[in-house]
Design a protein around this ligand. Structure first.
Ligand code: BES
Ligand code: MN
Ligand code: MN
Length: 456
């Protein structure tokens, strides 16, 4: 391993340059006009994988954006890792809030700024560079590796399920490894053991069949914006409890043991609120901040549209109003069931004077991952070496719907090796990757393949 680690040390600036090239491709999966950029990005990933010596590299078309696959299976008797990541990114808007071009990566201080720098191109790159070091230095990998890098994670992995179903044999492995999550903080490298799930909904309300003068009609017609805000206001009560009937029925309560282990992380509550300009954290009564973030479900309005929002004033009763609502779910909530009860609830909250439409934009299942798998032990040792510190075990508040699919379709457990930071501003302006963690991450990943190869 010494040669692998010294190779990585000597290659730091090349690793950074390669990542910058990856980040220059605006692979925004949700925007149809970036379609060709997603193909270009997939070809870029494939080219790099070929370059480092991965085999059977393919850019697999889907009805949406392509899936890049590759393998290296020349370690007989050794376990097989399925490395998953995504090359697509979130939109950069609002562009005016970026201090530099989101698709022209720059280093300022200890950070590399660009859309996708941590989510997830940077963390995919960590593994590509670690695998490269093994292949260059030793001509081989310590374990068998399959790779699946998709282009639709940020749009709910719409075509991945069918791909998994159709390619079960080519994806056979012992474990899935994903680096697409956050460490607890700068000081504490982390291994994730849970992800929240998701149900993303849209509510449309229509009142009168056209916009109306609020003086001529006001007081005698339903106002869709008033109606919608009243409905939304009822969905979470004063104690932070969600009022959708049956919402908590399948929530696995935290066991005392786990509450203690989460409390032992001594999460910096004051710092958490302070950095966000808040007097204190908020949420469901009876739970600590980490419990609310990681182990309790939520209901959040993501956006609302309707009526007059321009400068100055205009007196109007809008005909229509709309809101986007996301619910983060926890084990063992079933997203499909939540979609149904939410839809029924919205319809029952709405007065008969308006038309209501409820649309589901995507779901993802919550997961708890195995903690006693040999790959977790290997990841633990690897992170301890790469960071010079033992990792802590955390849940994650975000969602990666494919993790549940890997378990259901392929029977595979997942290890979440986190290299991002909670304040990396993923999905927001000025997304960044903390470079010291980028390099420690690469060393940790290199150690992971080595340690996992020692298992059998
Ligand atoms: N990498 C994130 C998920 C994540 C971030 C998990 C931080 C844990 C910590 C992923 O790219 C993502 O953004 N997922 C979406 C899923 C949604 C589109 C279904 C999310 O969580 O909003
Ligand atoms: Mn991601
Ligand atoms: Mn994301």
């Amino acid at each position: 391993m010494n040669n692998v680690i010294s190779y990585l040390e000597s290659q730091r600036s090349q690793a950074l340059d390669g990542l910058k090239e990856f980040l220059r491709i605006p692979s925004v999966s949700t925007h149809p006009h970036h379609r060709e950029d997603l193909h270009r990005c997939a070809r870029f990933v494939a080219g790099e994988l070929e370059g480092i010596g991965m085999r059977n590299v393919a850019v697999n078309p889907t009805p949406g954006h392509p899936i890049v696959t590759a393998d290296w299976l020349d370690a007989p008797g050794k376990p097989t890792v399925l490395l998953y990541g995504h090359y697509d990114v979130q939109p950069a808007e609002p562009i005016e809030l970026w201090e530099s071009d989101p698709f022209d990566p720059v280093v300022r201080g200890d950070n590399l700024y660009a859309r996708g720098s941590t989510d997830d191109k940077g963390q995919v790159w960590v593994h590509v560079k670690a695998l490269e070091a093994h292949l260059r230095e030793n001509g081989r990998l310590p374990v068998n590796v399959r790779m699946l890098i998709e282009g639709e994670e940020e749009v709910s992995s719409e075509n991945l399920e069918a791909y998994l179903e159709a390619h079960k044999a080519e994806l056979a492995a012992d474990v899935v490894v994903i680096s697409d999550t956050s460490m607890l903080d700068y000081e504490r490298p982390s291994i994730g053991y849970a992800l929240r799930g998701m149900a993303y909904m849209e509510i449309r309300i229509e009142g009168p069949n056209k916009d109306l003068h609020s003086g001529v009609y006001g007081g005698a017609v339903p106002n869709p914006l008033n109606v919608l805000s009243e409905m939304l206001g009822k969905m979470v009560d004063r104690d932070g409890r969600i009022t959708v009937p049956g919402f908590y029925d399948d929530v696995l309560p935290l066991r005392d043991e786990e509450r203690e282990s989460l409390a032992a992380l001594s999460f910096d509550e004051e710092g958490f609120a302070g950095k966000l300009g808040l007097p204190h954290a908020t949420g469901e009564k009876g739970y600590s901040t980490v419990e609310r973030l990681w182990a309790r479900p939520t209901l959040d309005v993501n956006g609302m549209l309707g009526g007059f929002t321009g400068e100055g004033s205009k007196t109007v009763i809008p005909s229509k109003a709309m809101a986007k609502v996301s619910m983060r779910l926890v084990p063992d909530q079933d997203p499909e069931k939540i979609v149904r009860t939410f839809t029924d609830y919205v319809k029952c909250l709405a007065p008969p004077s308006v038309k209501v439409e409820v649309i589901c934009h995507g779901t993802g299942k919550p997961v708890l991952t195995a903690r006693d798998h040999p790959a977790v032990t290997a990841a633990h040792k690897a992170i301890a070496r790469g960071f010079g510190k033992e990792p802590v075990y955390i849940r994650e508040g975000g969602s990666i719907p494919v993790v549940a699919m890997f378990e259901e379709k392929l029977g595979l457990p997942t290890v979440l090796m986190a290299f991002g930071l909670p304040d990396c501003d993923a999905h927001a302006p000025n997304e960044k990757f903390h470079l010291p963690n980028f390099y420690r991450g690469i060393d940790s990943a290199a150690w992971f393949y080595e340690e996992y190869g020692r298992v059998r």
